[in-house]
Design a protein around this ligand. Structure first.
Ligand code: ZN
Length: 154
């Protein structure tokens, strides 16, 4: 197992890990929140390190069940110190919608964050346009009857 992919400025500690029927001590990045005793593995090379995920749930005004939060994105730190791919060995950022995973270098994550800020501005722009567009929901029959009784005033 190699831990040279982790920056020396990031504290790496030795933590207990359940591997097969044994407990061994393995290097673990300071940001890792995995309990390697609880999340035991069969082989030391199967140990994955991850940080606490941040999750963005997007609400929907549609009723019922899973539709309340139909869009979800998560982001977390990760490192697979036993990976043969140095990009996975190094601390990296994983963005996921729960079914698809995007793995980013820190530089790629900075770019993605900048793009997300620009995307947030587009969300605000769409909200403003919707608010000011004058497009309202059609009145139902009860609202229409009340509208007529009031002489055309809502
Ligand atoms: Zn760890």
């Amino acid at each position: 197992m190699q831990n040279s992919a982790i920056s020396t400025s990031m504290p790496v500690r030795l933590v207990p890990a359940s591997v097969g029927a044994s407990t061994v001590y393995v290097p673990c990045p300071g940001w890792c929140t995995v309990d390697h005793i609880v999340d035991g593995v069969n082989y030391v090379d199967d140990i994955l390190h991850s940080g606490r995920p941040a999750v963005w749930n997007v609400a929907s005004f549609e009723d019922g069940g899973m539709r309340d939060r139909p869009v979800q994105l998560s982001v977390e730190l990760g490192a697979d110190l036993a990976s043969k791919d140095p990009r996975f060995q190094a601390a990296h950022v994983t963005v996921s919608d729960g079914s698809v995973y995007a793995y980013l270098t820190p530089e790629m994550a900075d770019t993605a964050a900048d793009e997300l800020v620009a995307f947030a501005a587009r969300i605000r722009e769409a909200a403003r346009t919707a608010r000011l567009s004058g497009v309202k929901a059609a009145r139902n029959q009860a609202d229409e009857a009340l509208y007529r009784v009031r002489g055309g005033q809502s």
